[in-house]
Design a protein around this ligand. Sequence first.
Ligand code: SF4
Length: 252
Amino acid sequence: MDQRPRGNMTTPAAAASRPLSRMRVNRIFDALGAANPSPATELHHSSPYTLLVAVVLSAQATDAGVNRATRGLFAAADTPEKMVALGEEGIATHIRTIGLWRAKAANVLALSRLLLERHGGEVPRDRASLEALPGVGRKTANVVLNEAFGEPTLAVDTHVFRVARRIGLTSATTPEAVEKDLVAQVPKRWAKAAHHLLILHGRYLCKARSPECWRCPVARDCRYPDKPTAPGVKRGFRKEGEEAGGLKENLR
Ligand code: SF4
């Protein structure tokens, strides 16, 4: 039998690839924001410079691992001048516990030198100058512009990429294209917070292997087709109120 769609009939695949309505996108970010009203980076820092160094160190490393390493590093050097004085070997001593430490030590030293040479020791506030620093790509620049300077940039890391695709905010397959889709849709009032809201949601609830959809505040608007039920709860017998659990509560 010919099962091709006729006339106005829409296939499930076509429906899933349609953009979410503005109303649903608003509802998603309102729910994420209500669950986590003050989202912020979990990387410890005390200035734009220490934030920049922490973000450079965080590539392919956990925030907790970076925080353990920077505790000693920033006690020894929390300015470009002190970092240059510490030298590559001195930096390496503090960050050996995180991945790619050799390359990262070299980058932290080189970017500190460049900050002194080109920017008077300050972290620049423009993307081009940031991306010209060793070890700094688009994602790192976006995080620094957002967290240190309050710009409405949206860095796409592995969590943001996964969460945005699962919810149906994008079907793009590259970080740059996902960023473009998100920036075009995120409501203005959530533009500055969106990056952290999506990261924290992915880190603690919409996890890569086992999303906890039964307590997700955006489950009703999320298009992910394989939502698991709570452990011990059969599909169709979810307890009342389980799905509405807040992210803030879940983060504790
Ligand atoms: S419903 Fe599940 S897949 Fe969708 S955002 Fe929530 S946790 Fe992620």
